[in-house]
Write a protein that binds this ligand. Structure first.
Ligand code: NAP
Length: 262
């Protein structure tokens, strides 16, 4: 019985991981962690296997402690941990609310690190960890600053983690896709007056990027940069100096005229 623990399993990339791990990789036990209980329950009944649902807001210590308590109580053997819960909001630094800034750092960085930290003792040799970075973590991105910076942390941290856990037979992979067709983008762009990308193309298929990431993690790769376009971006980001990249990025933005919800 292989167990995968997935934060952010209620939608998008996390949900797709659960589906593929069950259908194609023989995982038959899951723990799902997110806020939307109903969506996780629906996924559990779609999979039809043993799924533990932990409803928790991972921007809070109460939410993180709910997971800690479940780990201590069950002491499971965790074959795969995927930290997928995350969000990003476009907007100039001084226009984002303190809560948005702090929630982004708490969820994308603090929750991911603490969850991995408390899970490692339960991961046996051969176990895998996937942390969600992003194609946006390769260069500074004004107007997407906090989000992209949170993912830079995840990239460096996962690379070190992969090195440090190697003696225990555990490998960690940082997954860095470009724009993926999930609820993430409409939520990120819901910022009236913010500068946002004129185009989100190419918009990657969640099925395809997740498939590539599982293969990379299985092989113990330290990083997975999904498709050719994101690989090319990654190469350019390595070759060109930051001021040129920043200018190119700013040229790709336009003012968001949508009214949005907030
Ligand atoms: N889509 C992209 O273009 C893209 C590209 C690169 C990287 N990523 C990264 O991929 C990861 C998954 O994103 P996605 O595209 O699958 O977006 P998504 O469909 O919006 O999924 C985000 C997941 O995070 C969970 N989540 C959000 N806030 C939470 C909170 N406070 N506590 C617990 N769980 C929370 C959501 O569940 P609830 O709302 O139920 O809590 C949901 O399951 C994120 O880390 C994102 O940064 C996405």
């Amino acid at each position: 019985m292989s167990l995968a623990i997935i934060t952010g399993a209620s939608s998008g990339i996390g949900k797709e991981f659960a589906k593929q791990l069950h259908a194609e990789w023989g995982f038959d036990r899951f723990w799902f962690i997110a806020r939307s209980t109903e969506r996780m329950e629906a996924l559990a009944s779609e999979l039809g296997c043993e799924c533990k649902i932990i409803s928790a807001d991972l921007t809070t210590m109460e939410g993180i402690d709910k997971y800690r308590e479940a780990l201590i109580e069950e002491a499971p053997e965790v074959d795969l941990l995927i930290n997928c819960a995350g969000f990003g909001t476009f907007g100039a630094f001084d226009t984002l609310s303190e809560k948005t800034v702090s929630d982004m750092i708490d969820l994308n960085v603090k929750a991911s690190v603490l969850i991995t930290h408390m899970t490692v003792p339960y991961i046996p040799r051969g176990g895998r960890i996937i942390e969600l970075g992003s194609g946006s973590c390769f260069t500074p991105l004004p107007h997407f600053n906090i989000y992209s910076s949170s993912k830079v942390f995840i990239l460096h941290y996962t690379k070190s983690l992969n090195y440090e856990l190697r003696p225990y037979g555990i490998r960690a992979t940082c997954f860095c896709p470009g724009w993926v067709d999930t609820e993430f983008l409409p939520k990120s762009l819901n910022a009236p007056g913010a500068y946002v990308p004129k185009s989100m193309k190419p918009l990657l298929s969640v099925t395809d990027v997740v498939r590539r990431c599982i293969k990379a993690a299985k092989r113990g790769k330290t990083m997975c940069v999904t498709n050719w376009y994101t690989k090319l971006q990654h190469l350019l980001f390595k070759l060109l100096p930051d001021p040129i990249l920043t200018k190119m990025w700013l040229g790709m933005l336009k003012k968001n005229e949508d009214k949005g919800e907030n």
